[in-house]
Design a protein around this ligand. Structure first.
Ligand code: BES
Ligand code: MN
Ligand code: ZN
Length: 498
């Protein structure tokens, strides 16, 4: 989908398939929508006066055959009470709009952009979200179900009569890039484990480098990881015939001298639990255990599209966690790349085992910051449900900028403590660390484990076990937290849509 700013002196004659008119609960038309009302001999006013449309947040009504207009149909889009407009509410309203318009026939959808927003929800941000959420909704999973054709024909979005500022123009392009990045993450998440293997993920990492000149990708196989003493990472894939991979996706949008921001994504392409086998019910969902990796690939694609003036390195440790006679057993002790030994008490706590070596590996980049993204603990779903990602960090400034990015993108995270008292729960009589902890607080102790490997830089951990898939009862991958990560990087680049 392409999106552009357009201007017209007479909205009624603006040619498009679908024309969206946003209306607050006060049901007042602005000068642009009044032009349509006039051309249609007050048909809009009549509908606004009726009970068919009340302007509630997210409400839509599709009107066909409106006289005197060039559009094939008009969609009235409710935004609720203007004074109570919030970013969260606007994103929800954008999702309803996206649902209403992406299924309609025709290629070209235009949204009237001249309605004024309030300070808490700046216009450029609103335009970014309209573009992002509509772009996101054009995706449907069909790869292994070709009989299900994606009915979406929408290919062009125009924002009409918004102020023609650089910020607004940029917001729209960024919105489309974010929506597409989200969809890249959703598709990778939705692909089954027999297609989306560690090698498949590295083919996708390499594809990014072919698509964007600013991206260079390198992939390490098991031999190269052995040479680096990544025995913790390698121990996870031992039981699988699929070769483990470590991808390094290097986006250079800034000056060479600028320190990079690093994103590390957990890429377990299927998590059976290994010898500590998971129960059968819903085990299929463990194909989503690479959604952290998918969010890194989606985010890098988006920031390369946006050409953000930053250096960002995506690192993905990928493996398949399977039981076999070669698999790691409970009680096995492995030596991580850092030199710290780990007693593998439960082979189902494998995410931290791949992440710890990746986190040691990234020290070589002398990073400005490191954020890891992982479907790490079922306990995170207990703590926060499916609404917020868990956030833990060794740096309050970094934590606060991620929390703010989450709020701003309506892709929220919530911070949990990373106190020393929890770290003690990881002690083992046979190694420097056990890979599971006694005494509860599973999300915190998992992050405590990771924190043992992140002492050399500012680091934050996002536990996306509850947010990466199954949102609102849906079955598929959500693409979270690509929205949060893009917003975070956009703010760092000083290019925020405000
Ligand atoms: N990938 C899972 C975490 C998970 C479980 C995410 C369910 C989403 C839904 C992770 O590898 C895992 O198995 N964690 C264990 C850790 C435990 C053994 C300490 C868990 O959460 O049960
Ligand atoms: Mn597991
Ligand atoms: Zn896992």
């Amino acid at each position: 989908m392409r999106a552009t700013l357009k201007s017209t002196t007479d909205l009624a004659t603006f040619a498009c398939d679908t024309l969206v008119i946003p209306v607050y609960e006060d049901l007042k038309l602005n000068s642009d929508s009044r032009a349509i009302d006039k051309a249609s001999q007050k048909q809009l006013a009549k509908i606004l006066a009726s009970d068919d449309f009340n302007g509630h947040s997210g409400e839509t009504v599709t009107l066909r055959g409106i006289a005197g207009t060039a559009a094939n149909r008009i969609v009235l889009w409710g935004l609720g009470d203007k004074d109570k407009l919030s970013r969260q509410a606007l994103v929800k309203a954008c999702d309803s709009l996206a649902k209403a318009v992406t299924g309609l026939p025709g290629k070209h959808c235009a949204v009237l952009g001249s309605l004024k927003t309030i300070k808490a929800v700046p216009t450029s941000w609103a335009l970014q979200q309209i573009a992002a959420r509509i772009a996101r909704t054009t995706y449907l999973y069909t790869t292994t179900k070709p009989s299900k054709k994606n009915p979406v024909t929408l290919a062009r979005l125009s924002i009409v009569n918004a102020d023609s500022t650089a910020a607004n123009r940029q917001a729209i392009t960024q919105g489309v890039a974010i929506g597409q990045g989200i969809n890249i993450a959703r598709e990778l998440g939705n692909l089954p484990g027999n297609i989306c293997t560690p090698k498949y993920l590295s083919s996708q990492a390499r594809k990014l480098a072919r698509q964007h000149t600013a991206i260079k990708t390198t992939v390490l196989g098991e031999k190269q990881m052995q040479a680096l003493s990544m025995d913790s990472l390698l121990s996870v894939g031992h039981g699988s015939v699929e070769e483990s991979q470590l991808m390094v996706i290097n986006y250079q949008g800034g000056k060479k001298s600028q320190k990079p921001h690093v994103l590390v994504g957990k890429g377990i392409t299927f998590d059976s639990g290994g010898i500590s086998l998971k129960p059968g019910a819903r085990m299929d969902e463990m194909k989503f255990d690479m959604c952290g990796a998918a969010s890194v690939i989606g985010t890098l694609s988006a920031i390369a599209e946006m050409k953000l003036p930053l250096n960002v390195i995506g690192v993905i440790p990928a493996a398949e966690n399977m039981p076999s006679s070669r698999a790691t057993k409970p009680g096995d002790v492995v030596t991580s790349m850092s030199g710290k030994t780990i007693e593998v008490l439960n082979t189902d706590a494998e995410g931290r085992l791949v992440l710890c070596d990746a986190l040691t590996y990234v020290e070589r980049f002398k990073p400005e910051s490191v954020v890891d993204i992982a479907t790490l603990t079922g306990a995170c779903i207990m703590a926060l449900g499916h609404h917020a990602s868990g956030l833990l960090s060794n740096d309050d400034d970094l934590a606060n900028s991620l929390l703010a990015a989450g709020t701003d993108s309506a892709d929220r995270a919530w911070q949990l403590p990373l106190w020393d008292v929890y770290k003690k729960q990881l002690s083992s009589p046979f190694a420097d660390l056990g890979n599971i902890a006694a005494g509860g607080a599973g999300t915190i102790t998992a992050a405590c484990f990771l924190s043992e490997f992140t002492e050399k830089y500012r680091w934050a951990h996002l536990d996306i076990a509850g947010t990466a898939w199954g949102q609102a009862g849906g079955k598929g991958a959500s693409g979270r937290p690509v929205g949060l990560l893009c917003q975070y990087l956009i703010s760092l680049a000083g290019k925020a849509a405000v």
